[in-house]
Design a protein around this ligand. Structure first.
Ligand code: PHB
Length: 396
């Protein structure tokens, strides 16, 4: 027996983008069903961090997912670049009038799931979608739940917010892996350590040894990264060597050490799919694009897609007009490419490619001075980092 569900908008993926879209639609009286193959515990327990841009925080606060007082405790008003023996601080409020928020991504998810449950529409967890097909009455998501029962969700629209391994992408493009991609010849070796913060603000460092990032989780847990070979074995370095590599990037601070309780190697990729729609099926978030983490853009870019789709679907259900559904791809891709460019620029400016020549390295340092010595250069970095205002701002 197949379980059949009918809804207005079927959303694949209970990540930050899918859940936020469901939340915004519900506030406009539009029904949706969010499904995800993972369990709620798995989703809420996967520790990830995200820099939330000021405009993304406005959406979360305005729509009652989080309180202003709570997010303000996570505000960061600047970052530092360390290079060539110099430390430069970007003062975000002075340069842009805004700050950013270092918000653990799983906490965003917990708040969003809580909001869904409070609205009486708990996402369908452990519902593994197999594919999107054309049904007799619009697109249909078919799959199996944890009990092995087949389900089908028939909808007016299906939104693929199902990440980089999206199955909706197969429907939209006919191919799971097509798109425009850029691989990078380096990745990050990341650690989580039990120690107090070493620096009040995030440090992005470029030295002859490569890139280092000093970040934080809270008063007791810190997150740090150093540039590595993307294929490196996570066990190939001792804790002592890890600390040496991290410390080599920051001459101004003595890093506070402690027990390292997680180590991972992150591979980087830039990826943009320029076909974001087929019929009534749309792609957003990581299903549509991926950026390397240096610019901290990933989550925010997904939120931009959410706002464009929210506007398009609201307009459709309000007036029957497909105008904004038709312009979604073009509207969304403009910011997707801006963020792709920003992330690429931050990544290539701060990392040393394995085949970098002396010319490349000298030019890179000059690029860093150009972005830190002039107010125009500083403003360019800061504006991109705190986030450009959203154009589809009718979420309320
Ligand atoms: C992190 O804290 O994990 C983090 C912060 C900033 C980035 C990337 C990752 O640009």
């Amino acid at each position: 027996m197949t379980i059949s569900i009918r809804t207005q908008v079927g959303i694949l993926g209970a990540g930050p983008a899918g859940l936020q879209l469901a939340h915004l639609l519900q506030r406009a009286g539009i029904d949706s069903v969010v499904i995800d193959g993972r369990s709620r515990e798995d989703i809420e327990g996967t520790v990830k961090a995200g820099i939330l841009e000021a405009p993304a925080v406005e959406v979360l606060v305005d729509t009652d997912v989080v309180t202003r007082d709570y997010v303000e405790t996570m505000r960061h008003d600047g970052i530092e670049f360390h290079f060539d023996g110099h430390a430069h601080r970007f003062d975000f409020p002075a340069l842009t009038g805004k700050g950013v928020y270092l918000y653990p991504q799983h906490e965003v998810l917990k708040d969003q799931i809580k909001a869904r449950v409070a609205a009486g529409v708990t996402p369908l967890f452990e519902h593994l979608a197999d594919k999107v097909v054309d049904g007799s009455n619009g697109p249909m998501i078919v799959g199996k739940n944890a009990q092995g029962e087949a389900f089908e969700i028939s909808a007016d629209f299906v939104i693929g917010a199902d990440g980089s391994m999206s199955i909706a992408r197969e429907y939209v493009t006919g191919n799971k892996f097509s798109g425009m991609a850029r691989e990078y010849p380096f990745g990050w070796y990341g650690i989580l350590v039990e120690a107090p913060p070493s620096s009040e603000e995030l440090i992005y460092s470029r030295s002859e040894e490569g890139f280092v990032l000093i970040s934080t989780r809270d008063e007791h847990i810190q997150r740090m990264y150093f540039q590595c070979d993307p294929n490196m074995d996570v066990n190939a370095v001792t804790d002592e060597q890890i600390w040496d590599k991290l410390q080599a990037g920051v001459s101004t601070h003595e890093l506070k050490r402690g027990p390292i309780f997680r180590k991972d190697v992150l591979k980087f990729r830039s990826y943009v799919h320029d076909s974001l729609r087929k019929n009534k099926v749309f792609l957003m978030g990581d299903a549509a694009h991926t950026v390397p983490p240096t610019g901290a853009k990933g989550l925010n870019l997904a939120f931009s897609d959410v706002l464009w789709l929210n506007r398009a679907l609201r307009e459709y259900y309000r007036s029957g007009s497909e105008q904004f559904l038709d312009s979604y791809q073009e509207d969304a891709l403009k910011r997707i490419w801006k963020a792709t460019n920003y992330s690429y620029m931050m990544t290539t400016m701060l990392h040393i490619a394995p085949d970098a020549t002396d010319f490349d390295k000298k030019r890179q340092v000059a690029d860093l001075y150009s972005h830190t010595e002039s107010l125009a250069g500083q403003t360019y970095i800061a504006e991109g980092y705190v986030g450009w205002d959203y154009s589809a701002d009718d979420w309320r």
